[in-house]
Design a protein around this ligand. Sequence first.
Ligand code: GLV
Length: 310
Amino acid sequence: MAIVIITPDRDASPLRDQLNRHLPAGAAVWIYPEVPNPEDVTMAVVWKHPPGSLKAFPHLKLVQSFGAGVEHLLLDPELPEGVPLARIVDDALTLSMRNYVGMAVLAIHKRLDVYLENQRRKVWEQPQPVEWPVRVGILGMGELGAASAQFLAGMGFEVWGYSRQRKTLPGVTSLSPQEASLAEFAGRINVLVCLLPLTPQTEGILNDSLFRSMPKGSYLINAARGGHLVEADLLRVLDEGWFEGAFLDVFREEPLPASHPFWEHPKIFLTPHSASVTNPDSASKLVAENYRRVMAGLPPLHRVEAEKGY
Ligand code: GLV
């Protein structure tokens, strides 16, 4: 029995080495395309696999995304039918995302951009007001959204959450579409954090009409997927002064092309899709556990509902 790892844009050897420590004896780990016996493969661990590549494995019992997001998987028109999909839910991944969101909100609140610019120009000046009043709203209250919301509430920020299913969390005011429209939610906040899964319903949700439902001077933090954002709409609200700034970790095209206007925009702080990257060390325990489960005929942990898209 074997696991195949298909992660063309990432070095798969750290995950292979960790899996070899956690898997039961006799389970082989192969790195695609070096697969000696495709019929032996019962589980595939994938991140941006070449579409159609999973067809080579007729005995798959599980396709495990090597990340929290699964839209890269669902885009494959030749995904094997009837094989369950699972995603990574891991404390290290959650902590990393929570800290990225915390960093961005603190940078906005403490006006880091003003201080950086003033230091560069040797200007000694206390901004007025010294701290910018934050009312932060998290769009998407799954594992990562809920952890980020609680972290921010623990720091004393006013925190709102918006999700299909209302979440009850201490210190967080949660809303669902039954209670408020997206525009009403946006009207109550001045920092919007997107942590939604990318689905046909959420594609392009970060757009002009949402931005203009927020008060003048607002900020965007997008650490979900580039496909959520209508890039031209963000540039427009930034350039017109409706928005004060944006923290972006994800882009429609990655790596972000050198000619893209986001690189040099004075109101944009960007990171290369690194807000929260799956850690092979900790995630291998979940992968090994899911291997054991599917081999024992049990459902995998953190199974994806393909119809919902997450
Ligand atoms: C990263 O983007 C992930 O989906 O884990």
